[in-house]
Design a protein. Structure first.
Length: 364
């Protein structure tokens, strides 16, 4: 059930660059035994009420010019867990100014570090982000401070990151979860969702709610079953209720990772084998992919089918600088005739928005 995912190994020998001054005083300690981490922070910093259920701890400086938070995430922001540097940099630059991306470590834990400067509505913050995966959960550490206060707060943030220690090992997690107790259906779904978030597909995929446990030939234990939707057909995914191991029943039962590497990974960058890179589905393609413009999201979609389509809509999820979804933006076109192009504008009303991602394209 428990696994540590190595996010990237290209720079696995690197450590987090910790040049924090020895004069920084971190007199307070935050420890979370359930989530398995501990760090120190300045006495004057204040804890804040988390914005979401996924946010574990949130701190800010007295003048509110610097913030530090730790959260679990269910999404894959900027494609950080699956994409190469060029793709991540392009995603960041849609709404921010990319600064750096590298592979580093917290102790012996492989970590992705992304640094960018926020632009536009949010202002000129420097945001340092760290991602690691432990026990099937993806953790994100978000450190930010005003660009004008960089000299004051960057050494402080570096010192806090230097003190950040992951206190749980795979063995600890196995003991905590209880090796003889079965997963619940929600735990099984979370495990599968984490796997999906850390793998790249040629199309947007999602999973159905699981059903009750059942015993299948070929598996030692009972398992939960989920539907993987969004590929050419719905795939039946199995989660072992005892071990958390993932399988697929694609005519025969096989490990999910083996199936992915054989049938999905070779085509994950081909957009369903279309050579334009703009392919959406058999009816539509991008003429201009979504981008930020004057506080809105704009782009162009072409109807490449032979028929007209009604009620075309594009919907985007909107995030604040800490990665919390805070709003949505949508634009609707009553009719898009065959061969024509729609220039959409999804208006962003919330001034706290710093990032977006495409949620869905619907049509009749």
């Amino acid at each position: 059930m428990t696994a540590i995912l190595i996010l990237c190994s290209a720079c696995a020998s690197d450590k987090v660059d910790r040049n924090a001054s020895n004069s920084i005083q971190l007199s307070q300690t935050y420890k979370n035994e359930a989530e398995g981490f501990v760090f120190k922070y300045p006495q004057a910093w204040q804890t804040k009420e988390p914005n979401t259920m996924l946010e574990i701890i949130k701190l800010q400086s007295p003048d509110r010019n610097a913030k530090f938070s730790v959260m679990k995430i269910l999404t894959n922001p900027f494609g950080i867990l699956t994409e190469d540097q060029a793709a991540v940099e392009n995603a960041v630059n849609k709404m921010h100014k990319f600064i750096a991306l590298r592979d580093t470590k917290l102790g012996e834990m492989p970590v992705k570090e992304l640094v960018y400067q926020t632009n536009g509505l949010k202002g000129d913050d420097i945001s340092k982000n760290y991602w690691y995966v432990l026990g099937g959960d993806v953790y994100q550490i978000i450190c930010s401070f005003k660009m004008s206060e960089r000299e004051k707060y960057e050494p402080m943030i570096n010192a806090m990151m230097e003190s950040y220690t992951i206190t749980r090992s795979p063995n600890d997690l196995n003991k905590a979860s209880g090796i003889n107790s079965d997963l619940t259906v929600s735990e099984a779904k979370e495990l599968l969702q984490t796997w999906i978030n850390t793998h790249k597909f040629s199309a947007s995929v999602s999973i159905t709610d699981g059903d009750g446990k059942r015993k299948l030939d070929g598996l030692e234990s009972e398992c939960y079953m989920f539907g993987l939707i969004g590929l050419s057909r719905t795939q039946l995914i199995l989660v072992d209720a005892k071990t958390g191991k993932l399988f697929i029943n694609d005519g025969r039962i096989m490990p999910l990772e083996e199936w992915y590497q054989k049938y999905i990974a070779p085509y994950a960058n081909t957009n369903n084998n279309k050579d334009t890179g703009n392919y959406i589905d058999k009816n539509f393609e991008w003429v201009e992919k979504p981008r930020a413009n004057n506080g809105n999201i704009i782009g162009k979609i072409k109807n490449i089918s032979s028929g007209d389509h009604r009620k075309i809509s594009v919907r985007f999820l909107l995030y604040d600088y800490q990665g919390n979804q805070i709003d949505t933006a949508i634009d609707i076109n009553p009719m898009l005739k065959a061969g024509t192009v729609w220039s959409f504008t999804a208006q962003v009303q919330n001034a706290k928005v710093t990032d977006f991602e495409l949620a869905e394209i619907n049509y009749q």
